[in-house]
Design a protein around this ligand. Structure first.
Ligand code: PRP
Ligand code: URA
Length: 209
């Protein structure tokens, strides 16, 4: 079974308290989600492979480490995943970006795919799927199904807030996918919203309703 990492870093918890706060407006919400995405990228990439390279410093030759192995692709689940993408790209500027568009049918809560555009060299890439919310788990499971169907083999999932129900279902559906969560909340309400959560991530990011 892949790992589930829940972040307890003070900076992340501090920023999350403002992200959750209903008084936080769109501009600040967007900036904070971007910042937390950047901070999380640091841990999510902890096990990327390194390779030795010979370099010359101004003082001497040395064997240094650079990223090796597969190249990275970040895949936001549209729309709200877009809010975390730039933060991750600040840490991994050479990463490619794929997009998977899914919305939850408000009645059935089932995800419906409406868009998918991914880098061509899928088998060669390490994928980081980003979405602020892991609620029922349906969207994340479907996005990862979509990636695997197209040939992706190494996938990580990162989100801001998760419900225990979503984590369980995602683990069962994709036991090979490591899950990174800034905060694990209590439960889902009858409308499939995370409690206490932050409300509708897409609406808060883009100022829609
Ligand atoms: C939200 C969120 C996730 C999904 C999580 O997207 O960004 O993608 O819900 O819920 P789930 O785990 O129950 O599937 P939404 O469907 O509201 O679309 P949006 O990002 O376009 O607003
Ligand atoms: N999607 C959201 O945007 N918020 C939730 O709480 C659950 C799903």
């Amino acid at each position: 079974m892949a790992k589930v990492v829940v972040f307890d870093h003070p900076l992340i918890q501090h920023k999350l308290s403002y992200i959750r706060d209903e008084k936080t407006g769109t501009k600040e919400f967007r900036e904070l989600v971007d910042e937390v995405g950047m901070l999380m990228a640091y841990e999510v990439t902890r096990d990327l492979e390194l390779a030795d390279v010979e370099i010359q410093t101004p003082v001497t030759k040395m064997t240094a480490k650079r990223l090796a192995g597969k190249k990275v692709a970040v895949v936001p689940i549209l729309r709200a995943g877009l809010g975390m993408t730039d933060g991750v790209l600040k840490m991994i500027p050479a990463a490619r970006v794929g997009h998977i568009g899914l919305y939850r049918d408000p009645k059935t809560l089932q995800p419906v795919e409406y868009f998918a555009k991914l880098p061509q060299d899928i088998e060669e890439r390490d994928f980081i799927v980003v979405d602020p919310m892991l609620a029922t788990g349906g969207s994340a499971i479907e996005a990862i199904n979509s990636l695997k169907k197209r040939g992706a083999t190494k996938i990580r999932f990162m989100c801001l807030i998760a419900a225990p129900e979503g984590v369980k279902l995602l683990q069962e559906a994709h036991p090979d996918v490591d899950i990174y969560i800034a905060a694990l909340d209590e439960m889902l309400n009858d409308h499939g919203y995370i409690v206490p959560g932050l409300g509708d991530a897409g609406d808060r990011l883009f100022g829609t309703k």
